[in-house]
Design a protein around this ligand. Sequence first.
Ligand SMILES: Nc1nc2c(ncn2[C@@H]2O[C@H](COP(=O)(O)OP(=O)(O)OP(=O)(O)O)[C@@H](O)[C@H]2O)c(=O)[nH]1
Ligand SMILES: [Mg+2]
Ligand SMILES: [Zn+2]
Length: 275
Amino acid sequence: MEGVVVRILAGVFTVNTVEGLYDCSVRGKLKLEDIPVVGDNVIVEKTATEAVIISILPRRNILERPKIANVDQMFIFMAATAPDPNNYLIDRLTVLGEYWQLGLIIGFNKIDLKKNELADIYRRLGYEVLEFSLAKDENLDVINELLKDKITVLAGPSGSGKTTLVNHLVGDIRRTGDVSEKSKRGKHTTRVVELIKLPSGGFIADTPGFSRLDVFLDNPQKLASCFRETQNSSCYFQNCRHLKEPGCSVREKMSPERYESYKQLLQEIEEMRPW
Ligand SMILES: Nc1nc2c(ncn2[C@@H]2O[C@H](COP(=O)(O)OP(=O)(O)OP(=O)(O)O)[C@@H](O)[C@H]2O)c(=O)[nH]1
Ligand SMILES: [Mg+2]
Ligand SMILES: [Zn+2]
């Protein structure tokens, strides 16, 4: 029987199959080769007393942190305020998404509280951008349609409303957290990686991860190519870092806001692995 690993907790692998959810162990022989991760398509063998994962089907991709396989798209989930949106965080996540070749959706929740000003920057780049208020139940049809039959990871700051979205979509009561009055920041309420089955088909992962830039960019050209506005322009200079070189065509393609993020990311990556 085939299924998708939706949760791993204390050595128990929960697999979604056509017959429902099964708590499985992993066959010893398979463990020697590879351990299933959330999102894996696996073959489960069922006996009268237990269910065992006997093999893992080939992965289309695997994200490192949070560890999830076969991801189709990332839903960058921000709030118009509380917490305030931050274009560096969005850019960092779009870079991750482009690097992993995921589909990208950028959403701004809580527009009942404040008008959001960042949406147009990303619309101009050609991204799918949504603005909505979960408190007012707006735009859920559009979101449902975009998530249908896909594996989507939610990524965004604590308190933006990721779990609130999941609760709206599946009508399930998961813990949401208040945003602190004082700091206007969330409290990292969600802590485990789990795929949640959507009524319309597909899965969504409400993830606590994405705190680090886990991309293995071994040269600055690769970072620039993750800024989609530069994709059709190749820089004239070899090994250009697109910083001060006069006439650099890559730098010219980025807006000032995006270029600030590029410089910051470049610095971060260079500190991580100098070349
Ligand atoms: N005003 C307003 N508040 C909202 C809206 N959506 C969610 N909230 C509130 O925002 C707070 C945080 O929501 P959560 O869903 O817990 O946020 P989260 O992104 O899952 O946070 P972490 O799990 O900490 O990463 C809760 O008190 C929600 O009720 C909205 O559209 N408008
Ligand atoms: Mg949450
Ligand atoms: Zn250049």
